[in-house]
Each structure stands twice: as structure tokens, then as C-alpha cells.
Design a protein around this ligand. Structure first.
Ligand code: C2E
Ligand code: MG
Ligand code: MG
Length: 564
């Protein structure tokens, strides 16, 4: 052995010695990767966790590839190629290794390429350390993205830094992900998430991104920049749509995005999560496949509605205390006499004051509370009708039904049971549906129409003229009465075309036996203008506002019920 050879061995041994000492001083692993000879050394402690031939081995790229989680191999090889070719001098990669037990271990491998290092065989050596960056909580196993705890850490770090003022979060969720899982199975659901994660990786190279909760992702941008976040959302969507096309539209899905732009001084991690969840939810409520930019007014409004919801829930449990029905006279257009009433919901409490149905009905619908409240409404109104039928035998009670009651409860069964119990004649009852909620006539609606038809219960289409009703839709709905909405009264003077269209629909409907009710008539002029529609019924402030039970009784159910 020559002196030179001896010296080289000595140096290598010293290097090994230094590495083994360093390995004992840290939970991390120290490594040297001779890129020219594909030779790798790593501190011995790595052998405790990972399946390696020894702490020194040739064929390093192959061994490292076999250690890496399969989905991360391409990413690793690409990086190593760049280091070997000299295109890159620094290495910093977060990816997964698989440990001896077959579990993931997230690692952060960082290093610097040193040229012509003494004591090493090759010219280019990558020297660095591998840190285990956590357990499964910091990363998502399906998509391989960082998980919520890493987002928390990054937000807290940014908040603590003086050189960072603002940030923006883009929270992405898959539209109707539950439906995808149910229809195609969970593994397809996982594939969808992986595809979206891939699109995010492609588009968001300059940003940080995370996979949170079941089907949601967060992208964290530097600076308060809602416009940029929206542009990123669009790019992710386009990339995703391209992938859907490539797979022959096997599974078609869309994503929504909630955007929150903020100053780190005004926000903490919990708020970021709350606000972005609210924003994503709003994007979905606004029709999905779109973004929504967080506005604090909307959020405060949401909090107010949550408060109201709590109060309404308590009131329901307290025997519907605070819920009131007002009644508006329903007038025969030919005789000008009150022939019935529409029951209209109100709520009053010390805490809230008087609340209108346009505020509370949507809250009750969203929460499903409209189901118990709706039941209370129709039983109360039916009992009242029986009372008033003592004065006007055919007194008609018109009751609003929500599509939530129809779709999510056995409202028909409940109504039939109430009719029987209260002993009201079914033909004196009318139920109103709004066209907006009932665009498709599903099985529950068909059942309702059949049972109502068999029992002679009347059906009215409410708010007609505000939606998209066609004649065939009206026929399908089998309604007895079409109620023309107040907004149509106003728009009929503005748009002659609209007026003519509705007029024709009314004429044709009347031809096939449907009746017309004009709603919201306030003035004689309005009545005159719309009298060409030959309505059977009229309703509106001109005849009487909705009022309390006692007042209604005293005003309309005395001996003379005629208005004129
Ligand atoms: P709707 O069923 O179309 O009720 C008619 C609305 O027009 C009522 O508003 C009534 O007070 C108002 N109105 C009647 N005549 C006039 C008029 O001449 N001028 C003006 N400007 N307005 C008039 P309200 O009571 O605030 O109810 C609003 C909506 O809330 C109702 O529209 C209905 O969709 C819903 N709603 C009310 N009560 C109930 C209920 O018991 N159940 C359900 N599901 N929805 C209800
Ligand atoms: Mg109505
Ligand atoms: Mg109406």
C-alpha cells in the first residue's frame, strides 16, 4: 500500500468517525452522498429505523429510490438528477421514506454540493442532514401534502415574523365529495384527492399548500392578495379539468374556493380556519364551482343568523314560545268578499324583537328546524280555520309549505294525521309551494301531489312570475291556483313583454281549469292594470295586511264579511 493510499483510507476512516459522532449527537441523520460514484454514507442511527444495506453503500440512487415512498420516487430522482448534472447546488426536499415496519416517515432532506472534497472518492459530494419532520399528523397519507399541523406552524411563524405583514389563504374543497365516494367508492374518492393535490403541486410551486380535513386543501400565499388567489384557483381548475378530460370523463367533479386575505396582526390560526371554512362554505352555497372572497360584513351576518338559529331552537323546545301566525285576508275577486286567509309566520321575543319570515324561514330551512315549526304552523292554522268555519262555512286556509318539509320529512303523513285529528274538511285547505324550491318534481313531491289530489286538498304555486315556470311545469305540478307575486305586479308595468308572457300563461292555465290569485295588490291602479288577467282571488294591502288572530276575527268574521 502506498503512502497516498494509506492517507486516503485514514481520511475516510476519520470521516466515518466524525459522521458516527455527529449521528450520536442528534436525532437527525447526517449523510454524505458522493454523486459521481453513487456512494452514500449515513450516520449509523438511521439503521435503527430504515432498511438499509449498511451505513455505507454503493448504488445509492437505487437504494434511496427503494427507501422512498413510491409516489415520491419521481420527485426525488428529478432532484438528484439536477444535483448530479450540476444544475443545482443545494438540495432541500420534503418527502416520505418507508420505515422497517412499512410506515411512512416524513423527512426533510437538506444538503449542499461540495466540489472536490478531500477524502472523498468523487468530485461532487452532497453533504447534509435528514430530519424526521413528524408523524402522520403533519402530513396527509393520501395526497402526500402537509397536513393541518404544518399549516398551524407556518401561520404562527409568519405571525411572529416582522418582515411578513399580510397573507392570503385559498381553501379548496371538492364539490359534493360525499356523492363521489358514495357513487364510485372510496378509492375513486382518494384518486380525485390525489389528482387535485397534483394540480396544486403543478400550479403552486411558489406557494405553500396543505391538505386539511377530508376533502379540503389550503394554499397559503404571501401578501394580502385576493385577486392572485382567485387566479390560482382558476389555474388549478383548468389543470384539473384537463386531467378529467384526459381520463375520458370517467369521474367528473368540480372544486370551490374560499379566499381570505388578511393582515397577520389581526388574525390567528383559529381565525384563519374559521374564516376560510366560512368562505368555502359560501362559495358552495353560491352555486359551487366558484370562489368567494371573505367579507367581514357577511361573516357578522352569518354570526347573527347563528344566534337567531339558537334562539329559534330554544323557542321550539319551549313549546314554540314566540312563534306567531298572522293571517292575511284572501278575497274573492268577483264578490269582493273575504273567503279565507293565508297563514304567515312571525317570531317575537324580548331578545330579538319582531322577526320577519324572510329572515327566519331560510334559517329554519337551513337547519331543518322548519320541519317541527312547519308542523306547528299547519296544526295551528287548521285549528284556527275550524274556528272561523263556524262563521264562514267554506273558509279557506292557505298554508305555506317549504320544500325542506317535503323532501326531508313525511309532511304528507303528518298533514293527513292532523286533518283527521282536528277534523277539518280537506277541501277547505290549500298548501302553497314556491317555484324556486321545487324545480324538479321528485318522488316525494309526486307522492304529495297524488295524496293531496286523492283527498281534494288544494295546491297553489306561490311567487309565480319570479322564477322560470313553464306551462308544462304547471301542468306537471297539478296546482289548482297560481299566485302571481307582488314583484310581478311592479314588473308588469316595466316590461310589456314580461306582462304579455305571463298573461298568456295565465289564460292557458285558466283554460285548463287553474285559478289565478293576484298577490300584493296595494292600489286601485294596480288592480285595474291586472284585472285583464281575470283573477279569481286577490290578496294585498288594498284589502288588508296580515294581522293577528284576534284582530282578524274581529275585523272579518263578524256578521258582515263583505268588504264593500
Ligand atoms: P308569500 O307566501 O308570498 O307571502 C306573501 C308576502 O307578501 C307576505 O310577506 C305578505 O305579508 C306580503 N304582502 C301581502 N300583501 C302585500 C302587499 O300588498 N304589499 C306588500 N309589499 N307585501 C304584501 P311575509 O309575511 O313577510 O312573508 C314573506 C314570505 O315568507 C312568504 O311569501 C313566504 O314565502 C314566507 N313565509 C311566510 N310564512 C311562512 C310559513 O308559515 N311557512 C313557510 N314555509 N314560509 C312562510
Ligand atoms: Mg304564500
Ligand atoms: Mg307569494
Amino acid at each position: 500500500m502506498s503512502d497516498i493510499e494509506y492517507c486516503e483510507i485514514l481520511k475516510k476512516d476519520q470521516l466515518n468517525y466524525v459522521m458516527s459522532i455527529l449521528g450520536k449527537c442528534t436525532e437527525n441523520y447526517v449523510y454524505m452522498y458522493d454523486l459521481d460514484n453513487d456512494f452514500y454514507r449515513i450516520s449509523e442511527n438511521a439503521l435503527n429505523t430504515f432498511d438499509m444495506p449498511s451505513c455505507m453503500f454503493y448504488n445509492a440512487s437505487e437504494v434511496l429510490s427503494s427507501l422512498a415512498y413510491p409516489a415520491d420516487v419521481d420527485m426525488l430522482n428529478k432532484d438528484l438528477e439536477e444535483l448530479k448534472s450540476g444544475a443545482k447546488k443545494e438540495h432541500s426536499l420534503q418527502y416520505r421514506w418507508v420505515d422497517k415496519n412499512g410506515n411512512f416517515a416524513w423527512i426533510h432532506c437538506a444538503g449542499i454540493v461540495i466540489d472536490n472534497l478531500e477524502g472523498c472518492e468523487g468530485g461532487h459530494v452532497l453533504i447534509g442532514r435528514i430530519a424526521k419532520i413528524g408523524n402522520k399528523n403533519t402530513a396527509d397519507n393520501i395526497t402526500g401534502l402537509f397536513a393541518e399541523s404544518k399549516l398551524k406552524q407556518d401561520i404562527e411563524n409568519n405571525k411572529a415574523r416582522e418582515d411578513i405583514e399580510g397573507g392570503t389563504v385559498l381553501r379548496i374543497g371538492v364539490d359534493n365529495f360525499k356523492g363521489i365516494n358514495e357513487r364510485y367508492g372510496r378509492s375513486t374518492g382518494d384518486d380525485v384527492l390525489k389528482t387535485i393535490a397534483d394540480c396544486i403541486r403543478i400550479v403552486c410551486k411558489e406557494h405553500k399548500y396543505y391538505k386539511i380535513l377530508g376533502d379540503e386543501f389550503i394554499i397559503l400565499l404571501k401578501g394580502e392578495d385576493g385577486i392572485m388567489a382567485k387566479a390560482i384557483y382558476q389555474k388549478i381548475r383548468t389543470t384539473m379539468e384537463e386531467k378529467i378530460r384526459e381520463t375520458g370523463y370517467r369521474v367528473v367533479y368540480s372544486i370551490s374556493g374560499g379566499i381570505v386575505a388578511f393582515n397577520y396582526d389581526d388574525i390567528d390560526y383559529e381565525k384563519v380556519l374559521h374564516y376560510s371554512s366560512f368562505a368555502l362554505n359560501n362559495a358552495k352555497l353560491n352555486g359551487k364551482n366558484r370562489t368567494y372572497l371573505f367579507k367581514s360584513e357577511d361573516y357578522n351576518d352569518h354570526l347573527y343568523k347563528m344566534d337567531i338559529r339558537g334562539i329559534l331552537r330554544k323557542a321550539i323546545n319551549n313549546d314554540f314560545e314566540g312563534f306567531i301566525l298572522h293571517y292575511q285576508p284572501l278575497v274573492d275577486a268577483n264578490t269582493n268578499k273575504v273567503i279565507g286567509a293565508e297563514a304567515l309566520l312571525r317570531f317575537n321575543s324580548e331578545k330579538t324583537g319582531f322577526l320577519s319570515p324572510t329572515l327566519i324561514v331560510p334559517i329554519l330551512e337551513e337547519s331543518g328546524l322548519i320541519i317541527p315549526v312547519g308542523k306547528w304552523i299547519f296544526t295551528t292554522a287548521m285549528k284556527q280555520a275550524v274556528e272561523w268555519q263556524k262563521y264562514i262555512p267554506d273558509f279557506k286556509m292557505s298554508i305555506n309549505l317549504s320544500y325542506v318539509q317535503i323532501r326531508r320529512s313525511d309532511v304528507v303523513g303528518d298533514i293527513m294525521a292532523a286533518i283527521k285529528e282536528i277534523g277539518i274538511r280537506p277541501e277547505t285547505l290549500q298548501f302553497e309551494f314556491t317555484e324556486s324550491g321545487l324545480i324538479d318534481i321528485d318522488a316525494s313531491m309526486e307522492r304529495l301531489m297524488r295524496i293531496f289530489g286523492e283527498n281534494g286538498i288544494n295546491m297553489a304555486l306561490d311567487d309565480f312570475g319570479t322564477g322560470y315556470s313553464s306551462l308544462s311545469y304547471l301542468q306537471e305540478l297539478k296546482v289548482n291556483v297560481i299566485k302571481l307575486d307582488r314583484s310581478f305586479v311592479a314588473s308588469s308595468t316595466e316590461s310589456e313583454k314580461n306582462f304579455k308572457l305571463i298573461k298568456h300563461i295565465c289564460e292557458m292555465s285558466q283554460d285548463i281549469g287553474m285559478q289565478i290569485c293576484l298577490e300584493g295588490i296595494e292600489t286601485d291602479q294596480e288592480l285595474k292594470r291586472l284585472s285583464v288577467l281575470h283573477p279569481e282571488y286577490v290578496q294585498g294591502y288594498l284589502y288588508g295586511k296580515p294581522i293577528e288572530t284576534m284582530l282578524f276575527s274581529s275585523r272579518y268574521l263578524s256578521k258582515e264579511t263583505a268588504l264593500a
